[in-house]
Design a binder for this molecule. Structure first.
Ligand code: BES
Ligand code: MN
Ligand code: ZN
Length: 484
């Protein structure tokens, strides 16, 4: 077998984020161009500050204040003198913030300020940066346009940047094609994050997974030349509440022997979206120095076809002890997660959060924009739902519906890992995972899509670590700031 790895000139280490130094301090001497917001009807109060010529320009070009419509205003010197953003029909301040993200993708390169700060100034700044994101590892045809923004009043730049840095890392990881991001590269990214934040890093690779009792992770990944791994990060003080994050890290999902058809396989580089989201969230938590004792577990593997591939109808032991009958090799995510969850559960965390691109069924239920989350605790459900709306990182609760658990019965093993019915597929996947979490106080499972199929305001097409921002806000509210 040919083992040599092709040289790749697109080395990620040489890349610099085009989002660095985008936010200008309030006192910066740089001359900035004003951005005006216009409500429908009249041209809007904000527009009274326009010159007569600029108002004539709006009239003459037939500009309307429809939602998201943009006009570039001329200055007296012939250069860009201002920008107007239409807000017709917007529902709330969060939607306004996302439109500002869209704006940051459309206007000429330059430095800008808000003539009047938007009501959700922090989300607007985050959105500005997220809207300006491009994945440019393989092509710089976007010319690395930079649109600077003067920091709006009262916005905590550090908080904005820790959220944005996490999101950019998550997007970059998901967007990286599978030939350049396998289990080893995902692990290297995790180690880099651990080093940056002084976290403890550990990994178990290949056949060591069998020796250390992770049979399901090994089974899923063993048909690939790129061995499976369990990546582990630990950070924080042991007397703080234990929070454990587990993310699905399938770096490519062919479906295994139950091979996916071409169109279903096309996007499966994003099947490590849960891992990317968990790492993004971990970065935010560590950078904010949240008073939690953090444990991150990322089981990572290629779900491949090969002579050593695991088969439908195999029965495999799990770390936790239950024997698992394999119903379909394309339901690989819940298998690698089962062993990782069992490991996390051994520490009896107060909160276990599992994030995964786990089922197509979640998309049938809710579409691609609103991932379902599952948790038995009603207070947690309510709080998470609420912040997901405020951060415009929307989530919707679905039930761990106990009666369906019986559908996971196997004739010959302790549990079958899929059901026959095909209905309620996201719920039954969640119920399967839940069987491996018995000691954690609370368990949240998120079945994310991890991808934006078409540009939306603030959310350019491509990888998206859905739920990272909402969960960060939720955890900040729950655990607060570290006491000095
Ligand atoms: N990674 C897929 C799920 C997926 C597919 C997420 C498309 C997002 C978009 C997962 O490994 C999978 O293949 N699940 C199967 C499970 C089935 C075989 C029980 C599915 O959802 O079809
Ligand atoms: Mn699959
Ligand atoms: Zn998968």
């Amino acid at each position: 077998m040919l083992k040599m790895k092709a040289m790749n000139k697109h080395d990620s280490k040489k890349r610099k984020s085009n989002l660095m130094n985008v936010l200008l301090s309030k006192s910066s001497k740089v001359k900035t161009i004003p951005i005006f917001f216009a409500a429908p009807g009249s041209l809007g109060k904000d527009l009274e500050a326009l010159t007569k010529q600029q108002r004539a320009w709006l009239q003459d070009t037939g500009w309307k204040s429809d939602k998201g419509s943009i006009s570039i205003l001329p200055g007296t010197d012939g250069l860009v003198g201002g920008v107007v953003l239409g807000l017709g029909g917007i529902r709330d301040k969060a939607e306004m913030a996302l439109l500002i993200g869209q704006l940051a993708r459309s206007i000429p390169a330059g430095a800008y300020h808000f003539h009047e700060d938007p009501p959700d100034a922090e989300l607007s700044a985050i959105s500005w940066l997220m809207g300006g994101y491009y994945y440019d590892r393989y092509s710089d045809r976007h010319g690395r346009l930079v649109r600077h923004l003067r920091l709006p009043e009262g916005v905590d730049k550090d908080n904005v940047m820790r959220i944005v840095n996490g999101m950019v890392l998550g997007r970059d990881l998901i967007n990286t094609p599978p030939n350049d991001l396998g289990p080893a590269e995902l692990s290297a990214a995790a180690q880099h994050i651990a080093d940056q934040h002084g976290a403890e890093f550990k990994e178990i690779v290949g056949d060591d997974l069998l020796r250390e009792n992770y049979p399901l992770i090994h089974a899923v990944g063993r048909a690939s030349d790129r061995p499976p791994r369990l990546i582990e990060l630990r950070w924080g003080e042991s007397h703080h509440p234990k929070v454990t994050l587990v993310g699905k890290g399938i770096t490519f999902d062919t479906g295994g022997l139950n091979l996916k058809p071409g169109n279903s396989m096309a996007l499966m580089k994003k099947d490590m979206g849960g891992a990317a989201t968990v790492l993004a969230l971990a970065m935010m938590i560590m950078s904010a120095d949240l008073p939690v004792c953090l444990h991150v577990l990322v089981p990572t593997a290629d779900n491949n076809v090969g002579r050593d591939a695991f088969r439908p109808s195999d029965v495999i032991a799990s770390r936790q002890g239950m024997s698992v009958e394999i119903g379909n090799t394309d339901a690989e995510g819940r298998l690698v997660l089962a062993d990782a969850l069992a490991k996390g559960d051994e520490d009896e965390p107060e909160l276990m959060i599992c994030i995964a691109t786990l089922t197509g069924a979640a998309r049938v239920a809710l579409g691609v924009e609103v991932p379902p989350f599952y948790v038995d605790n009603d207070d947690i459900a309510q709080a998470l739902y609420q912040v997901s709306l405020e951060t415009r990182d929307p989530l919707w609760r679905m039930p761990f519906w106990k009666p369906y658990d019986a559908q996971l019965a196997s004739k010959i093993a302790d549990v079958n890992h899929i059901t026959d019915s095909g209905f309620g597929g996201s719920i039954t996947a969640g119920l399967f995972l839940k069987r491996f979490v018995t000691k954690a106080t609370d368990f949240i499972f998120l079945d994310i899509y991890g991808w934006v199929p078409q540009d939306r305001p603030g959310k350019p097409r491509g990888g998206e670590p859905q739920s990272a921002r909402a969960l960060f806000e939720f955890l900040k509210n729950r655990y607060g700031k570290r006491q000095a």
